[in-house]
Design a binder for this molecule. Structure first.
Ligand code: HEM
Length: 419
């Protein structure tokens, strides 16, 4: 049996929080291995890196998710006992509900709502001395996500709700005040969504059949029952909150345009869908999800390594997207690399890998890509702006991370084009 490398640290929980994104990647490089073991929260955990290991990880016959997501992540990012923690038929049934919201007509509706918001905000920005793109993008995405989902959002609620959606995401990798802010944001968000689910079920809030709010409120789980109000609220948040999180990728896309202005011209060529490879490279190059976890379903061996039932397994998302075997010169931002990419569901996994319906791959990946392409077109052609001196450093030890300034724009002029 081959020897599994073990990290010498007695317990790596604090090291993960201290080192951040490169924690697993650093060790897979140090051990020169796609598999190694650490101790996490007092228990052994097997760590996997690279496309072949991702294919193993995304085999639902080998792993379950129940028990894999730490409570601190459930109480901030995704909600307790949500779809991310479900397995087998129960997961499949709920995933069908989410995927039913991701069809072409539904996505087109969201993009058209977003396009209107970008244009409206562009005119507002003309009156302002400076604009923090990340915060503004959060509001734009929040308005469009709520309108798309048919979740009522009063004008005076917009900034608070947008901030809360953002804090739920920001809280997952934080300790102390950041984590508490995330938890409080989630409590407020769930309370808000519970009132919406109740109003829909009582017939007090009319929503269109097929809209996300209607679909979640009337969805029947694998057991044929409506979701309880709290679970429906959590899943309605899971259909809206991550749309606001696209602000992170949009901010990184703005940074990429700023640091590599040569791509601006390539993005304008109508004969070439350059935006596609550009946003894929943004999702590969810039950090967002550090890793994902699962639990071994039954004992098995892989390449001679034993996976005992019940063991925690972590897949290195950040490092797999910069694995030199698939991504030469991974630290170079180079969109053209995606021209050769074969759409392999395991070597590029910024939003998870494998299958959508039978696995846990992100339900909102198509929306994310389309919203990013639209935002890139808007930043490239919809507005003209200056980028003043500011702190654009993003700290890899902070999860999630972002350019420190949030990407400040000044002297914004709307062109009426783009988006
Ligand atoms: C799952 C990332 C946007 C809805 C996931 C997973 C990741 C992820 C890493 C888990 C994969 C796994 O467990 O193996 C992201 C990132 C996004 C994004 C980085 C960009 C901002 C979205 C959007 C939506 C969405 C826009 C919906 C509107 C979901 C849902 C799941 C999920 C429902 C659970 C899937 C399941 O457990 O089967 N996402 N996501 N996400 N995402 Fe996203």
């Amino acid at each position: 049996m081959p020897k599994i490398f073990r990290d010498p640290s007695f317990d790596s929980t604090l090291d993960v929080l201290r080192e951040g994104y490169p924690f697993l990647y650093n060790r897979s490089q140090r051990f020169d291995s796609d598999i190694f073991q650490i101790r996490l929260m007092g228990l052994p955990a097997i760590c996997l890196h690279g496309a072949e290991a991702a294919e193993l990880f995304y085999n639902p016959k080998l792993f379950i998710r129940k028990g894999a997501v730490p409570r601190r992540v459930q109480t901030t990012l995704m909600g307790v006992d949500a779809i991310q923690t479900r397995d087998n038929g129960e997961h499949r049934c709920r995933k069908e509900m989410f995927m039913a919201l991701m069809g072409p007509a539904s996505r087109e509706r969201l993009m058209s709502l977003l396009a209107g918001e970008w244009q409206r905000y562009a005119h507002r920005w003309e009156q302002l001395d400076k604009v923090v793109l990340f915060r503004e993008a959060q509001e734009i995405l929040c308005r469009a996500a709520c309108a798309w989902a048919e979740v009522p959002l009063a004008e005076d609620e917009v900034s608070k709700r947008a901030r809360d959606f953002g804090d739920m995401v920001d809280g997952f990798g934080g300790v102390g005040p950041r984590h508490w802010r995330g938890k409080q944001a989630r409590s407020r968000g769930e309370k808000w969504m519970r009132s919406i689910i109740r109003a829909i079920r009582k017939g007090k809030l009319p929503v269109r059949e097929g809209s996300p709010a209607h679909t979640v409120a009337w969805y029947r789980d694998a057991d044929g029952e409506l979701l309880d109000v709290q679970m429906a609220a959590i899943e309605l948040l899971n259909a809206t909150r991550p749309i606001v999180a696209i602000a992170t990728y949009i901010t990184f896309a703005a940074l990429a345009l700023h640091e590599h202005p040569a791509y601006r011209q390539l993005l304008r060529n109508p004969a070439d869908d350059y935006a596609e490879v550009f946003v894929q490279e943004v999702r590969r190059y810039f950090p967002f999800t550090p890793f994902v976890g699962a639990i071994v379903r039954e004992d098995f061996t892989w390449h001679g390594f034993q996976f005992p039932k019940g063991t925690m397994v972590l897949l290195d998302v950040y490092g797999t997207n910069r694995d030199e075997r698939q991504w030469p010169d991974p630290e170079v931002f180079w969109p053209e690399r995606f021209r050769q990419w074969q759409d392999n569901p395991y070597d590029f996994i910024p939003q998870g890998g494998g299958e959508y319906l039978t696995g846990h791959r992100c339900a909102g990946e198509w929306i994310t890509i389309e919203a990013m392409k639209q935002a890139v077109a808007f930043l490239n052609d919809g507005i003209r702006y200056d980028v003043p001196a500011q702190d654009l450093y993003y700290d890899l030890t902070r999860m999630p991370t972002l350019p420190a300034s949030g990407f400040v724009l000044t002297n914004v002029r709307a062109t009426g084009k783009g988006a």
